[in-house]
Design a protein around this ligand. Structure first.
Ligand code: NAP
Length: 292
């Protein structure tokens, strides 16, 4: 069994990006610049955004964090996005989700210029992904592809089962694994809360990508021997054993399942760090005008 070490791989990628940034700056170019908008004071969102800002510093990017309180109106938020869209100094823009209920997330996503949409959530970029055109891939699925590629996990002709059909993970993942690319060329089954006989389906998976947000949902009896498991889930649970008072758990019961696996990602230290590395990669691509 091989652990797909997202943390180490993400650090390798950050090192590669830092070298490219230094070369850009030495050639007289400007540093790539990522802007993040954070609404409210949700603990998890705060953690994710500060990790992204820290990662920018690590690779030599500039970053801007724009904060709004929970009462911000949709119009104020859209106006800020428009301002950043038109600011030539900024290459990438992300709005940390979830947003308060009175704000329409799709409207916000659509307001971000596709050219600066380094999260890869804009319908234009999702469409380009589906058509296998150059684009910013959504960061979490892109991170999973990168892990599969760097660990040379064979995907062609395999049965890939995805649990969860969110717009940011499950759905794009299913499209990417079915494309005629490497990694890709899988026969894909996309499952969700209405799927019947889930266990019968997961037991046929060569590659199982789990993104439903339910702690330790996948157990050893749900998988076949030799499976490659990608655990996307991150849930904070209270813990009296950590200094912070909480710990992170995945959607897979790692302890029981690992003995069945050829490859498996840990939580934490698996998909999470890869997501941030891919966000940086997309921002670098934007700064270099690779796609648009
Ligand atoms: P989400 O929007 O919360 O959607 C969950 C999906 O799981 C839905 O499609 C839902 O089906 C499906 N589901 C729920 N219960 C199920 C069941 N019993 N059997 C089969 N499917 C079921 O998902 P998300 O935003 O993708 O997040 C999923 C998890 O990944 C969360 O823990 C999140 O924190 C984590 N995450 C991690 C990263 C990272 O960087 N590592 C990035 C994003 C998300 P329906 O559509 O039918 O409701």
């Amino acid at each position: 069994m091989i652990i797909l070490e997202g943390k180490k791989t993400a650090n390798d990628i950050k090192g590669e990006i830092a070298i490219e940034v230094a070369a850009l700056v030495n050639a007289g170019g400007k540093k790539p610049h990522l802007a993040a908008i954070l609404v409210g004071v949700d603990g998890a969102s705060e953690t994710y955004v500060s990790a992204k800002v820290k990662a920018c510093e690590k690779v030599g990017f500039d970053s801007t964090l724009v904060r709004f309180n929970n009462e911000v109106t949709e119009e104020e938020l859209l106006t800020e996005i428009d301002k950043i869209n038109n600011n030539d100094a900024i290459d990438g823009l992300i709005v940390q989700l979830p947003l308060p209920k009175h704000i329409n997330e799709m409207k916000v996503t659509e307001m971000i210029s596709p050219t600066k949409d380094v999260d890869g959530f804009h319908p234009v970029n999702i469409g380009r992904m589906a058509l296998n055109l150059p684009t910013y891939l959504p960061a979490t699925p892109a991170g999973i592809l990168e892990l599969l590629e760097r660990y040379q996990v064979e995907t062609s002709g395999k049965h890939c089962v995805v649990i969860g059909r969110s717009h940011i993970v499950g759905s794009p993942m299913s499209i990417l694994m079915a494309r005629n690319t490497n990694p890709g060329n899988c026969t894909v089954t996309l499952t969700h809360s209405r799927t019947q006989n889930l266990k019968e389906i997961t037991k046929t998976a060569d590659i199982l990508i789990v993104a439903l947000g339910k702690v330790e949902f996948v157990t050893a009896d749900m998988v076949k021997k030799g499976v490659c498991i990608i655990d996307v889930g991150i849930t904070r649970v209270k813990s009296d054993k950590t200094k912070s008072g909480w710990k992170l758990l995945g959607d897979v019961d790692f302890g029981s399942v690992k003995k069945m696996c050829s490859f498996i990602t840990p939580v934490p230290g698996g998909v999470g760090p890869m997501t941030i590395a891919m966000l940086l990669k997309n921002t670098l691509m934007s700064a270099k005008r690779v796609i648009y």
